[in-house]
Design a binder for this molecule. Sequence first.
Ligand code: ADP
Ligand code: ASP
Ligand code: MG
Length: 403
Amino acid sequence: MKFGGTSVGSVERIQAVARRIHDRVKSGDRVIAVCSAMSGETNRLIELADQVADRAIDREMDVLLSTGEQVSIALVAMALSDLGVPARSYTGPQAGISTTSAHTKARIRNIDPQPLQTAIDAGQVAVVAGFQGANSADGEVTTLGRGGSDLTAVAIAAAIKADACEIYTDVDGVYTCDPNVVPKARKIDRISFEEMLELASSGAKVLQSRSVELAMKANVPLVVRSSFSDAPGTWVTEEVSEMEDIVVSGVAYNNKEAKVSLMDVPDQPGIASSVFSTLAAENINVDMIIQNVSTDGITDLTFTVSETDLDRAVATLESLKPDINWGRLETDQSIAKISVVGVGMRSHAGVAAKMFQTLADNGINIQMISTSEIKISVIVERKYTELAARELHSVFGLDSPGS
Ligand code: ADP
Ligand code: ASP
Ligand code: MG
């Protein structure tokens, strides 16, 4: 059972989480709880770091950010003990979670199931800090990227072969679009791993995308539910044939990316490789990429990165200028990516045309396009994020009936 930031956001909510776990234990289930930091805490810590120094040091950010989750696990464990449920808190490293060394975006390498298994065998509820681990090289504390407590929960569920991984959050489940932005969004009862992965990696932060990737690989039964009600939630499962009947199952947006354009790049073999391998070596993830047809042996290369990586991406590209001899570097932070996702796209034609027409009808210009078998994404001006999401939601028949 994983509890997100809002679910442990106050004393009362922590006590409610403890009662929920208590009831499950009394019903005969054996439970491992994973907790996020109290809502707003991770952002507060990032803010503090911003104020203290001009440049963040990734190792120290991890030492700092990992404290947020430690507060919640201790409080939840004490609230459980108060209800008579034997409980013990575990930091990520204590829970046997080893990761890579990429501070602030580490990947889980391995989980030693022993510490948590010992707690289960002793009839204790282990309350584990989400979002953190220790690198396997030298035991330094690491964090797993924003939203990483979901990944902790799924990885533990896979490691101990749990019957289910339940993600408790502040909405009733996975919706056809963020219900806080599109009020007409509908709750989905069942969604395929693949669709959930595309939605999550397109910005639907209800589940962290790597957690979905792992759940799919390890076949972990995953359910997203409200921590404020007993509503049944959304099951994320393998695809079943009826899912193909629905052309578009969800709309997602990401307005935290920036666009980088390298203009007047020599059109020669090895240039793209050099640009993207250097960015990768700096741990900068690149999302969409476009390269134009060249004229006179010169071309333009445009791509998107997370806004938080923009400064580092620019510095990396500047360092390549002597080798690559690009002409101009332009960046744009006023962009948003809007995506429509559905396994039904495999068998239905015309989805892209309908998407582009809808944007055109609303006077929204498309700057970049990318597609996968079950997703179409476009980059548009950021001010149109909500308008585009709502219009596409409506045009693809996702608005809730009666709204
Ligand atoms: P937690 O702190 O529990 O991990 P998050 O804030 O990370 O919660 O994720 C839950 C939020 O995700 C919701 O409050 C909602 O605004 C947002 N969200 C974005 N897309 C969706 C979607 N398709 N379905 C449900 N929630 C979504
Ligand atoms: N506390 C971390 C964050 O805010 C991890 C999480 O909540 O999943 O990103
Ligand atoms: Mg989250």
